[in-house]
Design a protein around this ligand. Structure first.
Ligand SMILES: [Zn+2]
Length: 354
């Protein structure tokens, strides 16, 4: 196909809450190409060169020149352009593909005669739960992410093991539910709603999270999740977030989980830490957010076999004292930048554990 024409002859219209990689994947399907191949064609047409250095990367969909080209090819309206290329929240996943989905949202798409599409909020690193369906998001594996739209069928969705894990929580009463798994879901939903509101500028509830502005809350949340996801040892190990107890692993099946034992050297490019934005798996991000809830919220229902006390400080001491010295050093340094009143009222002094 040629991209020299002013507009694509066939182009699906974007849904109002659709993410850019999802729409681009649907466009690619119309031309029986993978998103990577179509992006390569556009880039070559744009640069006038025979090829580009390296394989096309979905992140380049955000480049200004590619964005301008896509706006013309797709005949996008002003509001569609603004929706696809919004100002950064600072929380977008570094993976720019359509990598995460909610099975029930996709079932709904079928019901309404649509090809399942990716919602913009699923690209946010704080988002591991669908707030509409109270269900964990599912990692879309490589075979799903192919250009073959036939993946999206009821039968295939229902056979997805990750989906089956996720639906265990469907139908459970989310609030005031004594079961640990429901408490976990409730904690994650609450924290994720609070993070979304803070990104929009709303300060968190003072009784639950302490006296923090929206930006201060997000800064502490970033530090705590980064700490819990980072491997501070030279030997391969679980990150603190992934070092789940047997009860947490069982009760949080589908909500929180592990990827693999890693060390800092696995990150590459001289990267020393791993943030929520670096992790695609909703379950691993969920584990980090679960730990953050334990550290930051006034009330937190721990799984039965995690030694801790009733206060946030008890939980902080229990988790942090088990971490390697380098991890404690890192968190103690980060603590220096937090509001002093918040540290005094809500936190242990991590340097005392060094
Ligand atoms: Zn959903």
């Amino acid at each position: 196909m040629s991209t020299n024409a002013y507009a694509w002859p066939v182009c699906p219209r974007p849904e109002t809450d659709e993410s850019l990689p999802s729409w681009f994947e649907r466009v690619s399907h119309e031309y029986t190409m993978s998103p990577v191949s179509l992006l390569g064609v556009i880039e070559r047409a744009e640069s006038g060169r025979a090829g580009t250095a390296g394989a096309p990367d979905a992140g380049r969909l955000l480049d200004r020149t590619i964005a301008d080209r896509l706006a013309v090819l797709g005949q996008l309206s002003g509001s569609e352009i603004n929706a696809f290329w919004p100002p950064s929240t600072g929380w977008e996943l570094h993976d720019h593909g359509f990598s995460v989905y909610c099975p029930y949202c996709c079932f709904n798409d079928f019901t309404h005669g649509r090809t399942p599409y990716g919602r913009r909020c699923w690209q946010q690193s704080w988002c591991t739960i669908c707030q509409v369906h109270s269900i964990a998001l599912v990692h879309r594996n490589q075979t799903h992410a192919s250009s073959n739209r036939s993946h999206w069928s009821h039968a295939k969705l229902k056979r997805d093991r990750a989906f089956l894990a996720s639906v265990r929580y469907r139908g459970l009463k989310v609030t005031h539910e004594p079961a640990v798994r429901s408490s976990m879901l409730s904690c994650l939903m609450h924290l994720e709603r609070t993070a979304a509101a803070a990104i929009s500028g709303s300060a968190p509830n003072q009784w639950i999270w302490g006296i923090l502005t929206a930006d201060e809350f997000l800064a502490v949340l970033t530090d705590v999740t980064t700490w819990s996801l980072t491997h501070f040892e030279s030997v391969r190990s679980w990150s603190a977030a992934e070092d789940l107890t047997p009860a947490e692993e069982q009760e949080g099946y589908g909500l929180v989980g592990r990827y693999r034992r890693m060390s800092t050297t696995d990150y590459g490019d001289h990267q020393m830490t791993r943030t929520l934005r670096d992790v695609v798996s909703p379950k691993v991000r969920g584990a980090a957010l679960w730990a953050a809830h334990a550290f930051m919220a006034t009330c937190h229902s721990a799984a039965s076999d995690r030694p801790s006390g009733p206060s946030a400080q008890d939980r902080q001491a229990a988790w942090i004292s088990r971490s390697p010295p380098a991890a404690r050093h890192w968190l103690a340094e980060r603590q220096e930048s937090w509001p002093s009143a918040h540290r005094r009222d809500r936190w242990i002094e991590v340097w005392k554990l060094l």
